[in-house]
Ligand binder design. Structure first.
Ligand SMILES: Cc1cc2nc3c(=O)[nH]c(=O)nc-3n(C[C@H](O)[C@H](O)[C@H](O)COP(=O)(O)OP(=O)(O)OC[C@H]3O[C@@H](n4cnc5c(N)ncnc54)[C@H](O)[C@@H]3O)c2cc1C
Length: 380
């Protein structure tokens, strides 16, 4: 067993760290407060080759694995989760295109994502369909050579910015199996009948765009079906096996930032005539954070390695996602605690980390869903 990253992987980490440290810190507070993002940073990240590295070379990507993608995500999140999310989510759904799209769809769309010419998103969640996606009611009905889409979606990342969205639609409502009723359909957001509104007031990752979307008689060609008709649920599960890895890397990056801020603050802040870092209770908190981060990273490295080597293990991925998310929330909480009252103010990065962390237990499968997957695999 070899735990050493290759020279190339180490170079990826170094380059991603330098980019994030150079671009994010000056703007993080403003973007968080104003719930906005400057697309120039995303374009720059594309130019430097940080976006969509897992996309095959023939479609403009670097052809790396998900592990390399995760290394970049971790570095970006260690500097600022909000900006990191805004950049990283611009390819959200390209995993489905890569796995199930036609050659034409891949050639047309994937290079634009990598080159900074287009943003995408994936809309699954609905007002009445969250954890249970088989309650989704957005319909796509065939009419001649078109699909006609009606319904609404909730919490779609990039719903107001994206050029196109992959929409989880019910295409076979009468199928006796709830799992065989859905398909993914590609919707350009300039299609008549598409409308989106920005969801404001999020707790964290406020630089990232989140939208409520409605589809009113949205017409797209039948050829916009991505994957197999009626197999959308199965394809969604394959998608989650990749995207949950992103979340693990997000969590480890955020926890690292929490640890770094804690070290800096507790070494500098003096109480009772000594730096807070000299108190054993502080030292133990630091020791615990560092250990949890390492454990979470090892777990996601293993999960990412398994995916990259074609050995998909749903339970391992769910373990990595649940554990790393909970670990990041705990680290952010402890970091804020070690900052005392200063940590409660948004000028201090730990306040943002504390708020940004919570989403990790919600999107791409809540912690309850992850534990359901893990326990099912053990108790089957
Ligand atoms: C910032 C943000 C970005 C998002 N981006 C996207 C996106 O791009 N695309 C998209 O489609 N969605 C997106 N989502 C939606 C996200 O995936 C859902 O919020 C999540 O899946 C949970 O669904 P819900 O909010 O409807 O909660 P619910 O499903 O209503 O769950 C509420 C609570 O009940 C628990 N629960 C539900 N069922 C069970 C059960 N059987 N056993 C035990 N506990 C259960 C859940 O774990 C949770 O704690 C985003 C959400 C946010 C907040």
């Amino acid at each position: 067993m070899d735990f050493t990253l290759s020279r190339e992987q180490q170079d990826i980490i170094k380059a991603a760290r330098e980019f994030a440290q150079g671009e994010f810190p000056d703007r993080a507070l403003e973007f968080d407060r104003e719930e906005k993002f400057d697309l120039d940073i995303w374009r720059k990240a594309c130019e430097l080759g940080f976006v969509g590295v897992f996309i095959d070379e023939e479609y403009g990507g670097a052809g790396y694995g998900f592990l390399e993608h995760c290394l970049i995500v971790e570095e970006f999140w260690a500097v600022d989760p909000g900006i990191a999310m805004a950049i990283g989510s611009t390819t959200f759904g390209s995993e489905i295109l890569g796995l199930f799209g036609t050659e034409e769809q891949k050639r047309l769309l994937l290079p634009r994502l990598v080159e900074g010419e287009a943003i995408m998103g994936t809309a699954i969640t609905e007002p009445d369909a969250g954890c249970d996606v088989t309650c989704a009611n957005t319909t796509a009905v065939r009419d001649g050579d078109e699909w006609v889409i009606n319904g609404s979606k909730m919490f779609a990342t990039n719903g107001n910015l994206a050029n196109f969205l992959l929409v989880f639609c019910m295409t076979d409502p009468d199928n006796p199996s709830r799992h065989d009723r859905y398909s993914f359909i590609l919707v350009p957001t300039d299609t008549p009948g598409y409308s989106s509104s920005k969801i404001r007031g999020k707790l964290g990752i406020r630089a990232s765009d989140t939208a409520e979307i409605s589809f009113t008689d949205v017409r797209v060609p039948l050829s916009n079906l991505v994957g197999e008709e009626g197999k959308g649920f199965k394809e969604l599960m394959a998608f989650f096996n990749r995207t949950r890895l992103h979340i693990c890397a997000q969590a480890v990056g955020l926890a690292r930032a929490a640890l770094e801020e804690s070290i800096r603050h507790t070494k500098g802040r003096e109480q009772f005539g000594a730096p807070i870092a000299s108190f054993q209770v502080t030292q133990f908190k630091i020791a615990e954070m560092a250990t949890h981060i390492r454990a979470a990273r090892n777990l996601y490295y293993e999960a990412a390695w398994s995916v990259d080597n074609g050995k998909i293990d749903h339970a391992l991925i769910a373990m990595a996602k649940w554990y790393s998310a909970e670990m990041a929330i705990r680290c952010a909480d402890e970091a804020l605690q070690m900052h005392g009252g200063y940590g409660y103010i948004d000028e201090y990065k730990v306040q943002r980390l504390y708020r940004d962390a919570k989403i990790l237990e919600i999107y791409e499968g809540t912690k309850e869903m992850e534990k359901t997957i893990i326990s099912r695999s053990i108790l089957k």
